[in-house]
Design a protein around this ligand. Structure first.
Ligand SMILES: O=P(O)(O)OC[C@H]1O[C@](O)(CO)[C@@H](O)[C@@H]1O
Length: 368
């Protein structure tokens, strides 16, 4: 079998997402069951790295479709500093704590879920490995249907997690009759359309990278900015480029970028902008004009009409703001995977001699 690569997994995403959708009953039914048995009003989402970034997206899905309060916590912060239900407004069975860990071996997420479990809260875990250490601390163990991703870097795991969170919110909202049948069916059709368009998104992202490859490979430092739900897409892109291409690459919420980080701009900086269909779009156009006076390395990723230049990627399809996360994640994943491949970086090899300090072995007790 060929050696697995990050790029290979990115190209496998359209299939993986379709498969996940086809088997949604498997993970939606147990999740909806929690809400049927308990009057959940507040959900904590815990995850590190990519799983944290997917949780940021999930927060919007849960809030909008399920009408519950959501708090996304960095696991170590949750373990050491968060007092669950601090103001005492919820009853014990109104709170659900969900941990997300694709491998089930992130020490931070295991410790956070362990605290939740030992304090007696309702706990659930979403993980690809049902025998992983994290499963010891969940009352409900739910499988993440992304398949193996044997390269340390999570890409299809990210989009499948995002899809899972969307389907959890959608199916649970329907099961609790919080969503009318017509609206539910409309959202389901919209989602099916997104899944059908994913191959085109992958193709156009690859073509965009190939066209600008020489310039993209010369990047020494860069930023990526987004807004609304796609602020999380920017954060995930920065993580991906950092762990693959291994260049300093920071994420910002667009407006926040103009509150100081803009002062450090110079003509060597690469700026990637996610221009989605939200209120901030006009501000993005205004900022883009300014960025182009400082550096020529400005790349917009969008499905929107606009004054785009030859460096910008106009995606061939458009969808709702909530589902646009699945589209906008791909070009930046492709940028990360192909720029690392073309500069000879083996993403499966940790660049330092030290052991992986973030994860424990899949059959090991996590360290405190
Ligand atoms: O989802 P998991 O398995 O907990 O991993 C989370 C994070 O850990 C890493 O593997 C390394 O820190 C990241 O690539 C990933 O985002």
């Amino acid at each position: 079998m060929e050696k697995p690569t990050v790029f290979g997994y990115i190209c496998d995403q359209p299939r993986a997402l379709r498969e996940c959708f086809a088997h949604r009953e498997q993970f939606c039914a147990p999740f909806a069951e929690i809400f049927k048995k308990h009057p959940i009003k507040k959900v904590y989402l815990l995850g590190s790295g990519t799983s944290y970034n997917a949780s940021l997206v999930g927060k919007t899905y849960f809030s909008e479709l399920l009408g519950v309060e959501v708090e996304v916590c960095i696991p170590t912060v949750f373990t050491n500093y968060v007092k669950v239900n601090i103001n005492g407004i919820y009853k014990k069975d109104e709170i659900l704590i969900v941990a997300i860990s694709q491998t089930g071996t992130s020490i931070s997420t295991i410790n956070a879920l362990k605290k939740a479990y030992e304090e007696g809260w309702q706990t659930a875990v979403l993980t690809e490995d049902l025998n992983s250490p994290i499963t010891r601390y969940a009352r409900q163990i739910i499988r993440l249907l992304c398949g193996e991703e044997d390269v340390m870097v999570e890409t299809k795991g990210y989009t499948v997690t995002v899809l899972t969170l969307y389907l959890w919110a959608l199916e649970t909202a329907r099961a609790l009759a919080k969503l009318e049948k017509d609206s539910y069916e409309k959202l389901l059709c919209q989602l099916q359309d997104v899944l059908a368009q994913m191959p085109k998104i992958v193709e156009s992202s690859i073509a965009w990278y190939e066209k600008h490859k020489q310039e993209m490979l010369s990047m020494e430092l860069g930023v990526v900015a987004g807004y609304g739900i796609n602020h999380a897409t920017a954060i995930e892109a920065a993580l991906k480029v950092g762990e693959t291409f291994r260049r300093p690459f920071q994420a910002y919420e667009l407006e926040e970028f103009m509150h100081g980080p803009d002062m450090a701009l110079n003509n060597r900086e690469f700026i990637y902008l996610i221009c989605s269909d939200e209120r901030e779009k006009e501000r993005m156009l205004q900022f883009r004009e300014f960025f182009l006076t400082v550096t020529s390395h400005v790349f917009v990723i969008t499905s929107e009409e606009g004054p785009w230049g030859e460096k910008d990627l106009l995606l061939p399809c458009k969808t709702s703001k909530n589902l646009s996360v699945l589209f906008y994640s791909v070009p930046l994943q492709v940028l990360a995977a192909l720029s690392s491949r073309d500069s000879g970086i083996d993403t499966a090899v940790y660049p330092f001699e030290s052991n992986d300090l973030a994860h424990c072995a899949s059959n090991q007790e996590e360290k405190g």
